[in-house]
Structure formats: structure tokens, C-alpha cells
Design a protein. Structure first.
Length: 255
């Protein structure tokens, strides 16, 4: 994935990793369109960064996704990159339905169906581009589970396998799949997580991501150094120890 001269849509870019990536891409001269549920956050971002466009989108609402896609393509017909950034995370207690069912349904709706809907809304357009990219966002927790966030772990594991499968389906087309695999990053994904000293500072994470993309334009998985411990535990043969360490030292979760 080249990271200059692109037109990039990033839903879920009004805060956290999505916002930081949007600014980083815009600083490199790309055309960036952010998406989010809250109009005031989109307007604030557009006022402070006039080169960035924005649309309202709720990835948990299929009609909203299609409306946003139609609007983005109409205003930016040269769109060639979609970053499926939106996601939620919640602690759950699976010992009773009251402790997890509603949260699990919301998490699957946003984290898994959301990216599926985005791809469905944009894929016909992207297939007409000479060089297009879909960026999926999984997590280190797709490979090493955190005890308190079962649904989040599961949706991110599904995103990883979806990315692998789509890469096979789009082979021979103009559409490439890049999977971003964050570790714990200091964002508000969970309450208090932005101050978690065990998490990677947001600015450092995004700087490392952009460096990887610059050095490795054909990269399939974007793995910052901090996430390799989680990503490769099973391959190294120390998976059980990695699971133990993650659940002993990080009660707040990972992105």
C-alpha cells in the first residue's frame, strides 16, 4: 500500500487510532475523509484540519453505511482506500446471559458486521480502481485472548481470518488487503485505558505504523514491535505463557 497520493475513507476516525491515522495520512498529502456517528466531532475535525472531509456513518446501521458510501463516492470519485477502523470493546461476564448477551450482540454488530457492510458498500467501486486497498483492523487479542473481553477477542479473530480469506478472493484484482494488528494502545477504547502505562502511546504507535507502510508497501500484516509477542506466541511455542502474562498484567485490555 502506497501512502501518498491516495484518497482514503476512515470510518471511526473522530477519536483514537482512527483520528491519529487520518491526521498522519493527511500530513502526507493524501485526501482523507473521516467518518463517525457524531456530527459535532466531524465538524470539529474539519474546522481544525480544512483539508479533511467528513461524513456521518454508523457501521452498526446498514442503511447508514450505504448512504455514507454513496456520499463519499459521489464527492470523491477517486476514492481508492477504505480503512475499516470502527470498533468497540467491553468487559463481559459470561457466567450469566445478563452479564454478556447485549454487549456481545453490540460488539459483533459493530466489529464484525460493520467491516463486512463497509466492504459490501465499497467493493464494486474499489474494483474499478487501478490500485485499491482495504485496510482491516484486527488486534493482538485476535491471537492471544484477554479473559474479560471474549466478544472483542472473537470479533478480532474473525477479522483476521476474513482478511486472509479476502486476500485469496481478490488475488488477481486491483484490490489489496492490509491487516493492521494493534497491541494495547493508549486510547479511550475502554474507560481509563488512555492512561494505561502498559499500553503503547498513541503517537508512537501511529509513527511506527506509518514507518512500516513506507518501508514495506507490499506488507500484508502491519505488526508494530509491541504486538509480535501476542501475534506469534503459538508459533513460538509459548502461547500458554503469553496468555498467562497478558491476563496477569493487563486488566484493562488491548486494542
Amino acid at each position: 500500500m502506497n501512502i501518498t497520493d491516495r484518497t482514503i475513507f476512515i470510518p471511526g476516525a473522530t477519536s483514537g487510532i482512527g483520528r491519529a491515522l487520518a491526521l498522519a495520512f493527511a500530513e502526507r498529502g493524501n485526501t482523507v475523509i473521516v467518518g463517525g456517528r457524531r456530527t459535532e466531532l466531524i465538524d470539529e475535525l474539519r474546522r481544525s484540519h480544512p483539508a479533511i472531509d467528513g461524513v456521518v456513518i454508523d457501521v452498526a446501521d446498514a442503511a447508514s453505511v450505504q448512504r455514507a458510501a454513496d456520499e463519499v463516492i459521489a464527492r470523491h470519485p477517486d476514492l481508492d482506500t477504505v480503512v475499516a477502523m470502527a470498533g468497540i470493546m467491553a468487559a463481559e461476564d459470561w457466567t450469566s446471559p445478563a452479564g454478556f448477551l447485549a454487549s456481545a450482540e453490540r460488539t459483533v454488530e459493530t466489529n464484525l458486521l460493520g467491516p463486512i457492510r463497509l466492504i459490501g458498500a465499497f467493493i464494486e467501486h474499489l474494483l474499478t480502481c487501478p490500485d485499491a486497498t482495504i485496510v482491516t483492523v484486527s488486534s493482538g487479542l485476535a491471537f492471544t485472548p484477554l479473559r474479560v473481553t471474549p466478544s472483542y477477542n472473537a470479533t478480532k479473530a474473525a477479522i483476521h481470518m476474513l482478511s486472509e480469506s479476502l486476500r485469496l478472493q481478490y488475488e488477481g484484482t486491483s484490490v489489496g488487503i492490509v491487516e493492521l494488528v494493534p497491541p494495547a494502545v493508549q486510547t479511550d477504547l475502554l474507560p481509563g485505558h488512555a492512561e494505561n502505562p502498559q499500553a503503547l502511546p498513541l503517537e508512537a504507535f501511529v509513527a511506527e505504523v506509518m514507518g512500516i507502510l513506507e518501508r514495506e508497501p507490499d506488507v500484508r500484516e502491519v505488526l508494530v514491535d509491541r504486538v509480535r509477542f501476542l501475534r506469534h506466541g503459538e508459533a513460538r511455542g509459548d502461547y500458554d505463557e503469553v496468555v498467562r502474562m497478558v491476563n496477569a498484567t493487563d486488566p484493562h485490555g488491548q486494542r
